[in-house]
Write a protein that binds this ligand. Structure first.
Ligand code: 4AD
Ligand code: MG
Length: 475
């Protein structure tokens, strides 16, 4: 293609050469300077127009939001803002945009407003940066696993199994209801509306990943997952992407070591490959933090990311976590909304106290009570805790959930019964414990929570192009 991207243009700096670029006009100052952006990088490119050489009717169509193709000669820039610029020879309008009606004005818009125009927000500096970083993180994830002997596998989206046993599934149905069995009252049996079978959208690819790990050794999934929980929070989506590695012969400690090494690798990757975009978001966050009281401000973004890559994560058991919370001034002054005692599911306020107030570092919490974790986690010898591990990070809370899996057939079967799960529906899962079972472990990283952590965005709706939350699925 006989065109160059703005990112490459800045890299190569082909002074004296004739080039063509296309992009969206951010601003057109004094009928002379077009700030053009093509999405390849956060930086705009300055295109200098000699207005005497062009028709007024054409110049009028160069408005904020319009799409243009320009050809010209690259020169050193005399201005301060940029090293090079383009002396424009020809201008082609690819798409007009009515300046009065274009929702993105050259000023700062609130994130809430931009969420309402999710179809246009990729054209802003902030969202361009976020979505480019999202790409780099996804790429780093595949690179890490590929370098470390993992195989990328594809787990099904449509499935009958409820991997987490939490009942938070979206039902899948076919439109043609004629072939669906009827209930005793002669009504369509909606539990069987996937061609006569029950089916849901997957909540996790873990169980299938376990099957593959017990054949291929080390595998991972990276795909969309769905949770039909009606939670309207800044860290929950109904559709999110999850990365789930699963490793044969790994015990809990190996699992923790891998998760920590993996997170550090991908954050370092972003620091080197998305430095410009991170710098923009670092500045954005610093602006936002200014309006908060000094003692409530979080660490600057780049400092936080460097800290995380350079320091060991804290590792504590659930029981130790409960002790810390019970000793805390928050507990003593009754400032926690949910009272603390051994056995509770840690709430977001507890997690945030631990990572932000107590440790000020990522924390891995292990050995949770069996009753509050999924059926597949390996039971400890104490008979009441399981080999679970959650990784919590400042500003977000839980980012990773994982465990060593229960590989003993009898223990697993009694756990399944105890949790009231139908053992027939999991016959294939139980089979792997009957034939050549082995110790194995894995975890799930919520991709959007990772992107939130790396970009410093406080709302999960701002790190996925089209967030699915209760009632939000128009496009
Ligand atoms: O803790 P979860 O539910 O664990 C599992 O699904 C396991 N099967 C993972 C495994 O061991 N293979 O989810 C894992 C992670 C959470 O730590 C969180 O980061 C993310 O997925 N997550 C969500 N992200 C956005 N919106 C939601 N509704 C999420 N639910 C979980
Ligand atoms: Mg979890």
């Amino acid at each position: 293609k006989n065109e160059i991207s703005i990112a490459d243009l800045y890299k190569i700096q082909p002074i004296g050469r004739e080039i063509t670029i296309s992009g969206w006009v951010r601003t057109f100052r004094s009928n002379r300077f077009i700030a053009l952006n093509d999405g390849s990088t956060a930086a705009n490119f300055q295109c200098v127009v000699d207005f005497e050489k062009f028709e007024d009717s054409l110049l009028k169509r160069i408005t904020t939001g319009s799409c243009v193709r320009v050809k010209g000669i690259v020169t050193k820039s005399l201005g301060k803002g940029q090293p090079i610029e383009l002396q424009v020879q020809t201008i082609e309008i690819l798409g007009d945009s009515d300046a009065e009606k274009y929702p993105l004005q050259p000023k700062k818009h609130s994130l809430e407003f931009l969420r309402e125009i999710a179809h246009l927000r990729p054209r802003t500096t902030t969202f361009g940066a976020i979505f480019r970083i999202r790409h780099h993180l996804a790429f780093a994830i595949h690179e890490y696993f590929n370098k470390n002997g993992f195989f990328y596998i594809h787990s099904p989206i449509i499935t009958a199994s409820d991997a987490e046993g939490a009942g938070e599934m979206f039902n899948v149905s076919v439109l043609d209801k004629r072939n669906i069995p009827l209930t005793e009252n002669g009504e369509v049996d909606y539990s069987k509306d996937f061609f006569g079978k029950e089916a849901n959208l997957t909540v996790s690819g873990q169980l299938e990943a376990e099957l593959l790990a017990m054949g291929l050794g080390k595998v991972y999934t990276f795909g969309p997952t769905f949770r039909a929980e009606n939670s309207n929070t800044a860290r929950h989506l109904a559709e999110f992407w999850m990365i789930e590695p699963e490793m044969a012969f790994y015990e809990l400690k190996d699992n923790m070591d891998l998760a920590e090494d993996f997170l550090k690798y991908i954050i370092k990757y972003a620091l080197t490959h998305a430095a410009d975009d991170l710098a923009i978001l670092d500045q954005r966050l610093a602006e936002e933090e200014k309006s908060k009281p000094a003692d409530q401000r979080s660490m600057p973004l780049l400092e936080k990311l460097k800290f995380v890559t350079e320091n060991a994560f804290q590792r504590i058991t659930y029981t130790e976590a409960i002790d810390i919370l019970l000793q805390s001034p928050y507990h003593k002054k009754k400032k926690f909304q949910f009272p603390v005692e051994w056995g509770i599911d840690l709430q977001s306020e507890h997690e945030r106290y631990l990572v932000e107030k107590h440790f000020n570092s990522p924390v891995i919490i292990t050995d949770y009570p069996a009753a509050i974790k999924a059926f597949y986690m390996r039971l400890n010898d104490d008979g009441k805790t399981v080999r679970a591990m959650d990784i919590l990070v400042p500003g977000i809370g839980e980012i990773v959930g994982g465990s060593q899996r229960e590989e003993r057939y009898d223990v697993l079967l009694s756990k399944i019964r105890q949790f009231g799960i139908s053992e027939e529906s999991l016959w294939w899962y139980l089979d792997t414990r009957r034939f050549g079972t082995c110790p194995h472990s894995g975890f799930g990283l919520g991709f959007e929570r990772l992107v939130q952590f790396v970009t410093g965005m406080s709302n999960i709706r701002d790190v996925i192009p089209f967030p699915r939350t209760p009632g939000n699925c128009e496009f």
